[in-house]
Design a protein around this ligand. Structure first.
Ligand code: SF4
Length: 393
């Protein structure tokens, strides 16, 4: 079922103060006016870690403790409008409403699948780009799949997002907004958002600083208080950043999109493999496990006739057993993309593949991905939306 929230019109990007976003994901609160310069983005409240918000309020002449009240309102109670924060003075609410929007993302379209258990939301950014978020309701959890970039530079052969390359990184605030949107969706069904996976559009470890700031904001006990262990960061194999992630204070989970057990095949599916081949990737994963004591999930998108053969399954089992990485494999039957020549194997073939990997002693789970009928593979709804005729602004 498709629900158009505001189509055919599209929201007008808000006119906002512009601030530079530095390479560490930190945001200067210097207000600026005029034409955006390269690297400048509008900033919203969701971009600000608690100390930054405190500084901003103090600069406005408000006591610093108001920042915690704001966090409690916008994250604890999921308030969508400053006007509802009646524990703040009216003048401060008015000042914030005029100078610091909560978010710069606008929902454009929402689709449901799996009997309403999967909801895909398409957002428009301040600069007219589109990103997707998927919220999945399970009996025991509610998981949001967040996008971290507009497009992606990695260019995996089977992925709709990678087709057009990378347009830009998302800001922390644009990622936080997706999480808050999913939390509101869950609350509307008397559920709570419990898990977050960075498996939407983009490569999180190529937008590292903003992604780690997202984790910090979500983890803050004054706000959503989202446990780091409920957050999974997925990478196609950015080896140096796997080492950086191991050194972070947050106990996030690491998922590595492997998709092939040898370099010849993986080079064709995940072009980043040419830069960081499998031996380097496995060494990085082993160091990550040794440093954190945490298990690595290897994701394996199963494609008919490409990487689903019996010999390939045995090679995968051997690779992982000999790697010494404490790991688990998630076999994910591919969500096909119309314009790409990859197909999902049969159910029998999928189960046989998983059983062969298990036989090598590697814990393996088949995960049938949600939302096939709404093109839940990352980037597909965006691709469809951009291909469709758009109304004149
Ligand atoms: S699968 Fe992930 S890393 Fe690969 S192109 Fe798509 S978004 Fe990028």
């Amino acid at each position: 079922m498709a629900t158009l929230l505001d189509a055919p019109t599209t929201p007008t990007p808000p006119t906002l103060p512009l601030v530079p976003v530095d390479g560490n994901g930190a945001v200067s609160v210097r207000p600026a006016r005029g034409v955006p310069r390269r690297g400048e983005r509008p900033v919203g409240l969701y971009d600000l870690a608690l100390p930054e918000l405190t500084d901003r309020l103090v600069a406005l002449g408000a006591p610093g403790y108001r920042a915690r009240q704001l966090y409690a309102g916008v994250y604890g109670r999921l308030t969508a409008d400053y006007a509802e924060l009646t524990d703040l003075p009216a003048a401060l609410r008015a000042e914030l409403a005029a100078t610091l929007p909560l978010t710069t993302l606008a929902p454009v379209r929402e689709q449901e699948a799996d009997g309403g258990e999967t909801v895909k939301t398409l957002y428009r950014t301040f600069d007219g780009q589109f990103v997707e978020t998927v919220t999945m309701f399970y009996p025991d959890r509610v998981t949001v799949c967040v996008s971290c970039q507009v497009g992606c530079a990695v260019g995996c052969a089977f992925c709709a997002t990678g087709l057009g390359g990378l347009t830009r990184n998302l800001t922390t605030g644009e990622m936080v907004a997706q999480v808050v949107g999913a939390a509101r969706l869950a609350r509307g069904r008397d559920r709570a958002l419990t898990n977050l996976v960075m498996m939407g559009m983009g490569e999180p470890l190529q937008n590292y600083a903003a992604t780690m700031k997202l984790v910090a904001i979500l983890h803050d006990p004054a706000g959503l208080n989202f446990g780091a262990r409920r957050i999974t960061i997925s990478t196609s194999g950015v080896v140096p950043k796997i080492g950086a992630l191991a050194a972070e204070p947050y106990q996030v989970n690491l998922a590595v999109s492997l998709h092939a057990p040898d370099d010849a095949l993986r080079d064709t599916l995940v072009p980043l493999n040419r830069r960081y081949p499998i031996a380097e990737l496995m060494a990085a994963c082993r160091r990550y496990g040794e440093a954190t004591g945490r298990r690595v999930s290897f994701e394996y998108a199963l494609m008919s006739g490409i990487n689903d053969g019996e010999a390939t399954a045995r090679a995968l089992g051997t690779l992982l057993r000999e790697s010494g990485v404490l790991c688990h494999v998630n076999v994910i039957p591919l969500n096909p993309v119309d314009v790409l020549p990859y197909a999902r194997p049969t159910r029998v073939g999928i189960e046989r593949f998983a059983e062969t990997v298990r036989a090598a002693g590697i814990p393996t789970t088949v995960r049938y991905s949600r939302g096939v009928e709404i093109a839940a593979a990352c980037g597909q709804l965006r691709a469809e939306h951009m291909a469709a005729p758009q109304p004149a602004p």
